[in-house]
Structure formats: C-alpha cells, structure tokens
Ligand binder design. Structure first.
Ligand code: AMP
Length: 542
C-alpha cells in the first residue's frame, strides 16, 4: 500500500520560490570584483534568475546542457545557481585556480555550452577559449555596455545586456528530481579530474540537512558569510540552505584578505561564517595585532582540511566564537560529519570538551559511515583503531560523470580515501589521506597530528608532514615548516616542543624550514609536490 501524500519532486527552483515568497525583503550583500558593495534582496535574486532562464532558453539550450562559471562568490553567481539549474540545465562551477590546460580539459569533458566569468578572469578566458570548441556563448559578469574592446573572445556579451531585456515571469519547469542539477570536478591530484554530478534531489536533501541545528544551524535570524568558494562544492551547499531558511547572505567577492573579510563581517552583522583554515588564518592574523573583536559573529564552520587545534582555541577562547569542525568531500556534496557536542558533554570540563571539538564530528542524518581494514572487514568504533573511511547516502556519488574511473563503490559504499578513527559516541577523526599515512615500524603515524603540534608553536605559520624512507623503520616522519614573518625557532627547539605532546616514536626525525608549502587549487597541501621538492633530502637518522 502506498502512502497517500502528495508527490512533488524536490527541485532547486522550489528553494528560490520559497525565498522569494517568505523572505523576499532579506538582503543579499556582495563585494563586487569592481570593489564596491552591491545590495539587493531574495526577491531580486528570484526575478533575475528567471530572466537568466529566459536568456538560456533563447539560446535553444537543451535540458541537461552544461552552463559553466568562472566566478567569485557574488550575487550574479547566486542567480546562476538558481536560473541554470531551475530551468533544467546543469551548472558547472569551474575552479579558476586550476591550471589553464586543466580548465580547458574540464570544459571539454563537461561539453560546456556557455561560460560565464567575472571580469578578473578575462585573461584566463582569453588563454583557453580557442581550446574549448563546445562553448558557443561567453558571458562576462559585468554591467551593461561595460565589455572591454578587442578581447578576441567570440560571442561575448555582458551579463546585464544578456538578461536585462528578458521578461521576469518565467514558469519553472517540473521534471524528475533525479535529474542532474550541477557538477563539480574533483581536484585530481592523480590522473585527470573526475566530476561529481549532483541532482536536484541530492542537492535539496543536502540543503535540508546542512541547515539543521546540529549542522550549520541556519535560520532567518542569521547573516551568513560563505568565504568557502561557490566554485568549490557549491560553497558547501550554503546558497541552497540560505534560500531554504531565508537568511541574509554576504558575499566576499575576490577580497579574501583578513582586513576585507573582517570589515565585511562587522559591517553586515555576520553571525555565521564558513571557510577553510587558511582563510581564517589570514583573518586571525589581521585581528590579533590590532586587538579587534567580533560584535555579532557566533559560529564558524571550518573544514576542507584539518582545522588546527590552535585555531579552534583562538576562535573559542579569545573571541567567543563556536567552531564547528566539518568534514566532507566533493563526492559528498560535500557534508559528511560536523562536530557539535551532545547533551551529556555539556557538564564536562572545558579541556575535555575541547578534545571532542578537535575531531571532525558526528555523521549527519543521511550519511552512513564505517571504517574498514585492508581486507574490507569493519573495524570497531573505539576511538583508537584506524581504518579506511567508507560512506553511503543519498547525496554521495554512485558513479562519476561519463563513468570515468569505473565503478567507484565497494559493496554499495564509497571509499573516501581518508583514514579515520570513530569513537563509541560516533565522533569521527581523520588521521590522514590514505596515501599520506606514515607507516613506521608497523605502526601508523598521523601526519595531521604531527602538523597540528607544529602549528601550535607560536613561531610556526604552516607545517606539512611527510614520510621519508628509512632502512630500519620503513618510513619516518619529517615536518616542513614555514616560519611566521619575523619569528624565529630552531630545528632543535621545535623537536623539543614535541616532547610530552605525543608518543616519542611519533616525534618527527627532522624539521626542514621552507619558504612556502605547495598548495593545490582548493587550498589543500600538495604532498606529492612537497615530496618532489624533497627528493634529494636525506634523513639524519637513516
Ligand atoms: P575536496 O573533495 O577537494 O573537498 O577534498 C576532500 C578531502 O579533503 C577529504 O577527503 C579529506 O581528505 C579532506 N578534508 C576535508 N575536510 C577535512 C577536515 N575537516 N579534516 C581533515 N581533512 C579534511
């Protein structure tokens, strides 16, 4: 017997309809590429998304055709989130930090038909357009009549000219909720990138889950700053969850330096912000010397790479801001776990609570997880046993776009490539990417633990730990360190700093001071590149 409730597909267009009807006067504030601040409302987003949908129809784009973006976080990008997917096309957000060759490869693989880009990416588009034969329309996200002369880019139009004359009475189509809505290519540190292809259903369910109190706790009373880019896993789904809750949105544009982000947080009464640790490092680095405080910021979700304990403490203890440590990946839309305390933890002393907060957190409803040994056997949730982390759920990939890489699942589970522990309360802690784990004398050393201790030293700005071949122990860890400007620390001092903070055999064998640590397009440490840079390095203990 079937239930007798109305069946209505979960479509992204319903999110923007809802925001318009119930929160139409709520502001969306953007720092533009031009540097000025732009303000309008959810009602304007809805109206202009419809105009955009008309413009796409005018090009005779088919259902599921791909429309690409190379854009910062801003209001026009938000309109594309709703106008492109809402009209049945697939939004392909491209990471502009990728190498131009890789961008061209991705655009060809996705068979993008339209590319919309911020003015700051004009040189990038000039460099790649000749290699992108499928793109038939280029759109610069700029004011009417503001296209520069002689760009050499064919079929180029200014966004405001493109949508400006279009009617705003578009009727969103209804279709199968499992239809593709957007796509995002993985960073592809090995081999060619592969695309996660999200659906309307997976995106809407993820938006519901992300807004929950034990997740981002978004509401109509919040002012939300997604510093996490809209070109990387849909800014962790925040644009969709924002429409669903009717919160105010604040977009930083390209100005991600500490001063600009701080000023925006204060000027717009931001209560909740989301970003990767490197961006927050710049923010705290700006605030501390100037003795600045937050007036409204209450919570920040930090993820994308392990959040160093020193950062969680700084936010919590120095600024009274709750840090929600989150873990996820492109293949997971991206949210998998988020760290919030349970009722029983509230009575614990602060340092015990901090030990929990340092973990990547508990699974969100919709995500099932387990850790397994090399033979595939499930491992216990005891907070000590390490294993490969597997996940499954309705917003986790079943396969990659065009079947690249074959069947990624193992018995219906997606192997994340991360190594983790899970404790009896269900709190998961990432110890490493499986390819980065250091195997020393049959034991595993977590490179994240080694890095976290190094960055808690006051003279250290950044640290990356890698394993080096060792004749006796197989591998031993060393830590590459970037010092803070003007700060001093010696190799011996730093190695001494580890004593008492970790088991003796987990202390790195050496410290290598470097000018910079190589970062990939999504801000994560590129250990492969670091290992190449250190290929002539010899362990002092070998
Ligand atoms: P991406 O698909 O580019 O978002 O990368 C996903 C990967 O980033 C995960 O598989 C993890 O290795 C890493 N990651 C994300 N969040 C965290 C976190 N909070 N702690 C440690 N690693 C993380």
């Amino acid at each position: 017997m079937l239930g007798l409730m109305q069946s209505q597909p979960l479509l992204i267009s319903s999110l923007i309809d809802f925001a318009q009807r119930h929160h139409g006067d709520v502001e969306i504030v953007s720092r533009r590429v031009e540097g000025d601040i732009h303000r309008y409302t959810w009602a304007d987003v809805a109206r202009r998304s419809r105009q955009l949908a008309h413009a796409l129809d005018g090009m005779s784009l088919q259902f599921s055709d791909r429309v690409a973006t190379l854009a910062w976080n801003g209001y026009r990008h938000l309109e594309m989130y709703f106008g492109v997917s809402g009209s049945g096309r697939v939004l392909h957000t491209i990471n502009p930090r990728l190498h131009p060759e890789q961008i061209a490869w991705i655009a060809n693989h996705a068979e993008d038909q339209v590319l919309c880009f911020d003015a700051s990416f004009l040189p990038l588009v000039q460099a790649v357009h000749a290699k992108c034969p499928t793109i038939r329309q280029y759109v610069m996200l700029c004011d009417a009549g503001k296209l520069p002369e002689g760009t050499g880019i064919p079929n180029l139009v200014a966004y405001e000219d493109w949508i400006g004359g279009q009617p705003s009475d578009y009727q969103w189509p209804s279709f199968d909720e499992n239809s593709a809505s957007s796509m995002c290519y993985t960073s592809g540190t090995t081999g060619n990138p592969k695309a996660a292809l999200y659906s309307h259903r997976s995106t809407t369910l993820h938006a519901y889950a992300a807004a929950l109190p034990d997740v981002m706790n978004l509401s109509a009373r919040d002012s939300v700053l997604p510093v996490v880019p809209m070109f990387h896993v849909n800014a962790w789904g925040i644009p969709y969850s924002a429409a669903l809750t009717g919160c105010k949105l604040v977009f930083p544009g390209p100005a991600l330096d500490g001063k600009s982000v701080y000023e925006l947080i204060e000027a717009e009464g931001v209560t909740f912000a989301a970003g990767v640790p490197t961006v927050w490092q710049m923010l705290l680095g700006h605030m501390k010397p100037a003795g600045l405080r937050f007036s409204k910021l209450k919570r920040t979700v930090i993820g994308g790479s392990a959040c160093p304990p020193a950062m969680i403490r700084a936010f919590q203890e120095d600024y009274g801001v709750d840090v929600l440590h989150a873990w996820g990946m492109t293949e997971m839309s991206p949210l998998g776990t988020l760290c919030t305390l349970k009722n029983k933890h509230l009575a614990l002393p602060a340092d015990e609570q901090m030990k929990i907060r340092l973990k990547q957190g508990r699974a969100i409803y919709g995500v099932d997880m387990k850790i397994v040994a090399e033979d595939g056997k499930e491992l216990p949730w005891d907070g000590k046993t390490y294993g490969d982390l597997y996940v499954k759920g309705p917003w986790i990939v079943a396969e990659y776009f065009k079947g690249e890489g074959g069947d990624p699942l193992v018995d219906g589970w997606f192997p994340t490539g991360d190594v983790a522990t899970i404790d009896a309360e269900g709190y998961m802690q990432i110890t490493d990417r499986s390819k980065d784990v250091i195997k020393s004398g049959g034991e595993w050393i977590s490179s994240i633990d080694v890095e976290n201790i190094a960055v808690s030293h006051p003279a250290v700005a950044m640290a990356a730990c890698v394993g080096m071949r060792h004749p006796k122990w197989d591998e031993r860890p060393i830590v590459a360190v970037v010092k803070k400007p003007g700060a001093e620390v010696t190799r011996e001092e730093l190695l001494k700093f580890y004593e008492g903070k970790t088991a003796k055999w987990q202390i790195p064998d050496d410290v290598v001071f470097v000018e910079a640590i190589p970062l990939g397009a999504t801000g994560k440490i590129l250990k492969t590149r670091l290992r190449e840079q250190l290929k002539d390095y010899k362990l002092p203990t070998a």
